[in-house]
Write a protein of this length. Structure first.
Length: 272
């Protein structure tokens, strides 16, 4: 275990049942990124979860004979199945065109509406600041747009009364979110042990047959790759499998930021 990540391992457990909203640009993003954590929060903490799939998934095939409408329908059902396999039965599809997503006010309003309606303690979204991932690839612009609209829906839109007065007219009162978890991040603050739910995560992922195939194609392709990625994450904190997040906590005392930053710098200095 490297020193730098020693203190980041545990995500504090909540005692009271609570609600989580997870947003993502595409069908299968949640299964790749955070479904192991979602399964733990549901099974071990009694959390309830809403998934928000922002695009229609219609760009998920390069096959010339795959009709867009046919693909959209297929992926809708795959996503419902994937969600159910970890215990999520509230899945919202916003239907924005796949591949051309922008962080518009209309999108931010749509996400704000769901936050005000379902009143989550925690929102999980994609880190909008990730443009390039190491030296490996360019992050999909849909992921960044989804993350930006979601983060700004959490703050300031969900909690600020004068923003989107049309939502007040629809009956949606302001709601303050407690925590924001960013996945697909280059600046993780937490590695979450998912060893107890890695099998559920893979079962959920396997529902996306149109994207990752089935049988040997799945076992030796997406599953093998993702198991290794989560194993690599786990090895940083001394557990078998982990997912990582940048975590923002809005309900803690302001002083803790300085304390946290001081401790982080001390850990980095000690690790050198
Ligand atoms: Zn994606």
């Amino acid at each position: 275990m490297t020193k730098q990540f020693e203190a980041l391992q545990a995500i504090p457990r909540r005692e009271e049942p609570y609600h989580i909203v997870v947003t993502a640009a595409h069908h299968d993003d949640i299964e790749f990124g955070v479904a192991g954590s979602v399964a733990r929060w549901i099974r071990e903490e009694g959390a309830t979860v809403t998934y928000v799939i922002i695009t229609d998934g219609g760009a998920g095939s390069n096959e010339p004979d795959m009709a867009r409408k046919q693909l959209v329908d297929l992926r809708y059902h795959e996503q419902l199945e994937a969600a159910a396999r970890v215990g999520v039965y509230d899945v919202r599809f916003l239907g924005y065109p796949d591949g051309c997503l922008e962080a518009t006010l209309a999108l931010r309003r749509d996400i704000t509406r769901i936050i005000r309606e379902t009143k989550p303690y925690r929102v999980v979204c994609q880190d909008p600041s990730t443009i390039f991932v190491h030296r490996a690839y360019v992050n999909h612009p849909d992921h960044r747009a989804a993350g930006e609209a979601s983060a700004y829906a959490v703050f300031p839109s969900a909690e600020t009364r004068p923003i989107f007065p049309e939502l007040l007219a629809e009956g949606y009162e302001p709601h303050k979110v407690g925590e924001l978890y960013l996945n697909l991040t280059q600046e993780p603050t937490h590695y979450h042990d998912i060893s107890s739910t890695i099998d559920l995560k893979m079962a959920a992922l396997s529902a996306h047959v149109s994207q990752i195939g089935e049988g040997d194609d799945f076992e030796n392709g997406a599953k093998k790759w993702l198991m290794q990625a989560n194993r690599d994450g786990g090895s940083l904190v001394g557990v078998e499998y982990a997912e990582h997040f940048r975590v923002l906590k809005f309900d803690e005392e302001r002083e803790s930021w300085f304390q946290e930053e001081t401790e982080r710098r001390e850990r980095e200095a000690a690790a050198k």
